[in-house]
Design a protein around this ligand. Structure first.
Ligand code: SF4
Ligand code: SF4
Length: 312
């Protein structure tokens, strides 16, 4: 195993692959159409930095290799059915951005000590976790770590799709991995299971996706989707939960850093309903949930309440 892959595993990533830096021409065409159809909704940042997004050599001058890292977050504890649901990625006390940034820093230091200071471009941001115009899933696929399923997430052999993706751009040539074939085949379970019909088998219409509606959308969830939130108050795992590859491969992570927020499992409906900004700020002070903001989460809790009152 190469120094880079060994190092990645030794500091706690679950998989590492490497792809040659190149222009993502097919993704550029796909994204242009997707954006022109307005499927990004209110996420206007996706319209910006288009050139950088499709070519890492423009994002990071001198970039030759894209190192992709995965970290499994599939949690051991499950929430009680029927209570407000929080997507699994946000169960940890500490926001995954914080955890992964620290790991990337350590990884980079070890790489520089092995390959020299010219292996990175210090003048430009070169390590990323959901923080810049980088098509992480495509790079993970090109780096041989899995394929992009019809639910538009990466599916990694022996891990599944409950994994964070981090990227480090290096200015050195390395040995590159071969992409894996798509193994969705004729399966269509995620497309069928999606309550809001956000998937068409090829792309995601973010405007219809519960993850977008409960986190990214600044305004109130559109009336047509309010009844379809399926008890989700932050994010959605429905398409991932039905995927046969997750059933086969997803195993509980053993990352101590991803220790969960107890309240997600202990709180009853009343606790969520009585959430104040003070309790929110205290309970979720370091968590990814805080990013959604108190007002957005409160609105989602009220929609949960409304939906459940109606069905009682
Ligand atoms: S996350 Fe939920 S709403 Fe979004 S595509 Fe998957 S099932 Fe549909
Ligand atoms: S549910 Fe089926 S179609 Fe969807 S991502 Fe999984 S294997 Fe692919």
């Amino acid at each position: 195993m190469s120094f880079i892959k060994q190092t990645a595993l030794s500091i706690g990533f679950d998989a590492c692959g490497i792809a040659k830096a190149q222009e993502l021409s097919a993704d550029a065409i796909f994204m242009q159409t997707w954006l022109s159809e307005g499927k990004q909704g209110e996420m206007s940042y996706l319209n910006r930095n288009f050139e950088k997004r499709i070519d890492p050599r423009i994002l990071v001058p001198g970039c030759k290799s894209v190192v992709v890292l995965l970290m499994n977050y599939y949690p051991k504890d499950a929430q009680v059915q029927g209570l407000p649901k929080i997507a699994k990625y946000a169960h940890s006390e500490i926001d995954y951005h914080t955890i992964i940034k620290a790991k990337l820093k350590e990884f980079e230091t070890l790489i520089v000590s092995e390959y020299g200071k010219d292996s990175i471009n210090p003048d430009f941001q070169h390590s990323f976790v959901d923080s810049a115009p980088v098509l992480e899933r495509r790079w993970a696929q090109l780096a041989g770590l899995g394929w992009i399923g019809k639910h538009t997430q990466l599916i990694a052999p022996n891990i599944g799709s409950y994994c964070f993706i981090a990227v480090l751009m290096l200015n050195i040539e390395l040995e590159y991995d071969k992409p894996l074939p798509d193994r969705c085949g004729t399966c269509n379970k995620c497309v069928v299971a999606c309550p809001t019909k956000a998937l068409d088998g090829k792309s995601l219409d973010a405007r219809r996706c519960i993850s977008y509606l409960t986190i990214e959308k600044k305004n109130t969830v559109d009336l047509e989707f309010q009844k379809l939130l399926s008890n989700c108050i932050l994010g959605c795992d429905i398409c991932a939960d039905v995927c046969p590859w997750n059933k086969k491969w997803a195993k509980h992570h053993n990352h101590k850093e991803l220790k969960p927020v107890d309240e997600i499992f202990n709180w009853k409906n009343d606790d969520w309903d009585n959430l104040t900004s003070e309790i929110f700020n205290q309970t979720f002070k370091s968590s990814a949930i805080k990013r959604a903001g108190f007002n957005k989460l409160s609105e989602n809790i009220q929609l949960f309440k409304k939906n459940n009152l109606k069905t009682e």
